[in-house]
Design a protein. Structure first.
Length: 246
């Protein structure tokens, strides 16, 4: 029988670097039963509004595989358009990742980030950001190795986690069952210095106090620091494996 987790603990998390071969950076990230494949590919050139600026760009896409949820989700190619939730999450991921990179130091390259949810059990957007950041770090490492850029444009490490409140109790890193009955749901993106990049907080047919918010932010910071540590361990493990291979 599955044992319930500590409400103030993360679900088991894992980052599998180099999960697919062709992207400049790829990571399979798992937060409990939520699994997201995050890839970053580098293209020479930038959108029209940045041409001639010697400044790069980063854009993100997010989607769910049809079998990621209990009820099959139609493919975007069939439905013909993104739903509002998908657009919101894509923008959330893109903004968060652009906050951690110096686009001028990147030069005129575009970083294309794709986050595909293989299995959804709550916290897909926060898992996607945490995995996509590591995939971005791998892609930048690849660009440096190939001589496409001279200096590392990453200026901070980032990770994300969800926090909720259920019947007065704070819960870190909510699964779907917890998220669906949460009175308050908060998504937090932070860097390694404790700075906030993005906060998304909503009361579900209720309100929350300033004290509630402060307590949720403290709990989120505790979780994010653990995620940042796991990202770094996975990155260094991948680097050692690469060096050993060659």
């Amino acid at each position: 029988m599955k044992q319930p987790k500590n409400p103030e603990a993360l679900r088991p998390i894992a980052f599998e670097c180099g999960y697919t071969e062709h992207p400049n950076g790829s990571v399979l990230v798992s937060f409990g039963q939520t699994k997201v494949l995050c890839t970053v590919m580098v293209e020479e050139g930038v959108p029209n509004f940045l041409q001639g600026s010697n400044k790069g760009w980063l854009t993100a896409e997010y989607s769910m595989l049809p079998g990621a949820t209990i009820v099959r989700k139609k493919r975007r190619t069939i439905s013909g358009e993104n739903d509002g939730r998908t657009v919101e999450i894509q923008r959330f991921i893109g903004r968060s990742l652009r906050a951690c990179i110096d686009l001028e130091a990147l030069g005129e390259y575009t970083l294309l980030v794709d986050c595909d949810v293989l299995q959804a059990d709550g916290g897909t957007r926060t898992a996607a950001i945490s995995g996509a950041y590591l995939a971005l770090k791998l892609a930048i490492d690849d660009m440096l190795e190939k001589g496409l850029i001279k200096d590392n444009p990453l200026v901070r490490n980032i990770a994300a986690v969800s926090v909720g409140k259920i019947n007065g109790e704070l819960i870190l890193d909510l699964c779907f069952a917890e998220d669906s009955r949460a009175d308050v749901d908060l998504n937090v993106v932070m860097d390694e210095k404790g700075n906030y990049i993005e906060l998304q907080g909503t009361g579900e047919e209720t309100v929350y106090s300033r004290d509630d918010l402060d307590r949720m932010l403290d709990l989120a910071e505790t979780g994010i620091r653990q995620i940042l540590e796991e990202q770094e361990r996975s990155f260094e493990k991948n680097r050692r494996s690469y060096e050993k291979h060659w």
